[in-house]
Every structure is written in C-alpha cells, then in structure tokens.
Write a protein that binds this ligand. Structure first.
Ligand SMILES: NC(=O)c1ccc[n+]([C@@H]2O[C@H](COP(=O)([O-])OP(=O)(O)OC[C@H]3O[C@@H](n4cnc5c(N)ncnc54)[C@H](O)[C@@H]3O)[C@@H](O)[C@H]2O)c1
Length: 388
C-alpha cells in the first residue's frame, strides 16, 4: 500500500472551529491512525497552520506534533508542497481568501458560508471549475446522531406524507458587560461577515432539504435584541446585524414549517437545537444527539383545553426515544474523509461548492424577503446549474 501525503493549508488555524474540530478531532486523528485508506493508498494529511498570532500558532503546532506553521498566507499559497487550501478564517474574508487560493491553483475546502453572497460563491465555483480544481464545503450538522436518525426515519417513509416542521435553535449570548461574550465579536458586525442569518442559515438549508425536502420559498423577519456589545479587547461596539430571526418556509411539496433562531433566548427545550417533523402517520423530534418519535397510535386523546384546571398531562410521556448505539463519528471528520476521497479518487461528494452556494442562497433569500417585504423563491437567488 502506497502512502500519499496531501499538504493542506489550514487558514484560521488559531480559530475556535479550526483548532478543535478540524485539526484536533479530524486531521490529527486521521494522521495518527496512519492515514485514510482510499483504494490502494494511505492518504496522510500534512497540515500547515496559518493565522495571525505566531505564538498561538507555534503552541497549537507543538501540541499536535505539526512541523509547519506561518503567518504568511502568500508564502504557503506559492508552495507546491501544499495542494489544498482549507479556509476557517473569519467569514468576512472568505471570498477573497478562497479567490487567492484558486488563483494559486489550490483545491479548496471551506467552512460555511463559502462566500458572502450567491454571486460571489458562483464566481468562486466557476473559477475553481475552469482550473479543474476539486472543491468541497463543510456541511457537518446532518452527521450529528439526532439528525442522522431523523434523516433515516424520513428516508424510510416513517412519517407518511410530511405535513410540517419546526426548527428551533439558539441560546443566550452575553453582551460581554457582566459576563464574557461566548462568541467572537465579528459575529455581530457586518464588516466581519456577521449576522445570525448568514452564519446559521447555511446549515439550515442542507439540514432541511436533507430531511423534509426541497425548499420552495421563504419569508423572514429579524431583529437585534442586543444592540451594544463588548469585544475581546473590552471595547463597546454597536451591533449592526441581526441576532434573532423568524422564518416561514414553504417546501416544494407544499408543506410549511418555521425556523426560529436566536442568540437572545433562554433555553427551555430538549436541546440547543431541536427539529420536529410532523407527518400524516407519525412525528419525530431530534436534538443534536437524541431523537424521539410518536405515531398516531400513541397520540394521547386530546379533545379540548380545560380552562378550569391544569389536568397535569405529561405531553412528553407518549414519545419513544429512538436509540442508536454509539460511538458516533465526529461530523467534521466525516466531512474531511469525504473531501479527501473526492480529492484523491474522484469519489462523489455531496457537499461541494455548489451545495455551499445553495446554502448561502437560503440566507440570501431570507435577507431579500425582508428588504423587499415579500416571499422569495429559493431558486430565484440561485442559478439552475448549482441547484443541489
Ligand atoms: N461548521 C460549523 O458549525 C462552524 C462553527 C463555528 C464556526 N464556523 C465558521 O468557521 C469560521 C471561523 O469561525 P470561528 O468561530 O472559529 O472564528 P474565530 O474568530 O474563533 O477564528 C477565526 C480565525 O480568524 C482569525 N481572525 C479573527 N478576526 C480576524 C480579523 N479581523 N482579521 C483576520 N483574521 C481574524 C482568528 O485569529 C482565527 O484564526 C467562520 O466562517 C464560521 O462561520 C463554522
């Protein structure tokens, strides 16, 4: 068996998601296990860490036994030893960074959103394809155990006809005054690529379409619950993006559902993310890791509300938990393995850049629905050639 080393530029390597999920939980274990078996090859990732802080880069590199790190992105883009560029830097720099990598002839794999707009994403896609470069986008959430279960139920026809859904996500993110803010400040500034819709709706696109079917049209409302925050340096700044949003979604099938997302809500539901799917035969509710079902035969006999007394019913009792034995694989590692197989053996990849562009299209359709005060069809903001 031959060993094939793939040089991978990790841009944004000091960031939260790159240093933990992509490096520590995906690429390092693949390397430490001797590589990913693809056909007759052992594919071993060789990362070079790229970021702004030399000390932090050196620290992360040392922790994982990585020889290569730099603060000079141009230098590694010019280095033929590294054929892949992975970007997990701040969202606001994404398009420019990927554009430079494509111009340098690198295959690209990208965190979401893959660009700031559908137009920018399409330009990147065309440029990558014109140069014959491979491309992939991170779409990790469907690999979570709860969502895997929901998708499996949908594929197996458990729900009957899907008639509705409700996705709820979020928690309280402190403003940084009394308690430190749990998220980077660029998340709350337009110039940094912030905004809850641009940040989270790319996930909701593939999660929704992967479970309940293709999205037809959307209408959104959004607001800023926390207008002033304190950044990493202790400076107050004005939040100029939404941190709360409500979206109605009509599927191509005609079924309707809601998506509620907020960085200003206190959690009193099964998980930080919950997704309920209702069908003519049954329903299911998934959290990130768990999933519960209820068939028509299990529905408690509700006929009317009792205005005089609380009847003390436990509406959660008549649901069964669907148990899948673990251990479950890390969702980011699944994404990397799929991308590496695509890269070295041309295996089909579902989450390519075109899928990433459709992910942005959902965010863009929601923003447009607010700007134009109307329902917006998803296909009106994305060209037919990139419909996933
Ligand atoms: N797939 C997911 O679920 C998921 C989760 C979190 C983040 N992300 C995405 O990953 C990317 C990074 O997010 P994060 O939470 O790790 O961010 P982060 O702020 O922790 O890290 C981003 C990186 O960019 C650098 N950086 C920060 N501000 C910068 C600036 N002004 N100029 C240049 N560099 C700067 C940081 O040093 C770091 O290396 C974002 O695009 C985000 O959407 C995806």
């Amino acid at each position: 068996m031959a060993t094939r080393t793939i040089g991978i530029i990790l841009n944004g390597a000091t960031g939260r998601i790159c240093s933990t999920q992509h490096l520590q939980n995906a690429l390092v274990p693949i390397r430490d296990e001797g590589g990913l078996i693809v056909g007759d090859d052992r594919v071993v990732p060789r990362p070079v860490l790229v970021g702004r802080g030399a000390d932090r880069l050196a620290e992360i590199a040392a922790a994982h036994g990585i020889a290569d790190w730099t603060t000079d992105l141009d230098a590694v883009l010019a280095d033929p030893a590294f054929s892949v560029m992975f970007d997990a830097g701040v969202t606001g720099h994404r398009g420019a960074v990927l554009g430079r990598a494509i111009a340098a002839g690198k295959h690209i794999y990208s965190e979401k959103p893959v660009a700031a707009s559908v137009a920018e994403g399409l330009a990147l896609l065309r440029a990558a394809e014109a140069r014959g470069l491979k491309h992939g986008a991170v779409e990790d959430k469907l690999y979570l155990p709860g969502l895997q279960e929901l998708a499996r139920l949908a594929r197996g026809g458990f729900f009957g006809r899907i008639i509705g859904f409700r996705l709820e996500f979020g928690w309280w993110v402190f403003d940084g005054v009394d308690e430190p803010c749990q998220r980077p400040s660029w998340n709350y500034q337009r110039a940094g690529g912030g905004g809850l819709i641009l940040d989270m709706y790319p996930h909701w696109r593939y999660v929704l379409e992967g479970v309940v079917g293709r999205i037809g049209r959307v209408v959104s409302a959004a607001s800023t619950a926390t207008p002033v925050r304190v950044d990493e340096r202790g400076q107050r700044y004005a939040v100029d993006v939404e941190d709360t949003s409500v979206t109605l979604i009509e599927l191509e099938s005609g079924a309707c559902g809601t998506v509620l997302s907020s960085w200003a809500t206190r959690v009193r539901r099964d998980d930080l993310f919950t997704f309920q799917v209702d069908g003519s035969k049954a329903s299911a509710v998934a959290g990130l890791h768990r999933c519960w079902t209820q068939t028509n035969a299990q529905i408690p006999g509700t006929s009317h509300v009792n205005v005089a007394t609380d009847i003390g019913a436990d509406y959660r009792a008549a649901w069964d938990e669907v148990v899948r034995p673990g251990p479950h694989r890390n969702p980011y590692r699944i994404g990397w393995e799929s991308f590496l197989r695509h890269l070295v053996a041309g295996s089909p990849i579902e989450a390519d850049l075109a899928a990433g562009v459709r992910d942005i299209a959902l965010a863009e359709a929601c923003y447009r629905s607010m700007a134009e005060d109307k329902w917006v069809a998803l296909d009106d903001v994305v060209q037919p050639s990139v419909r996933a």
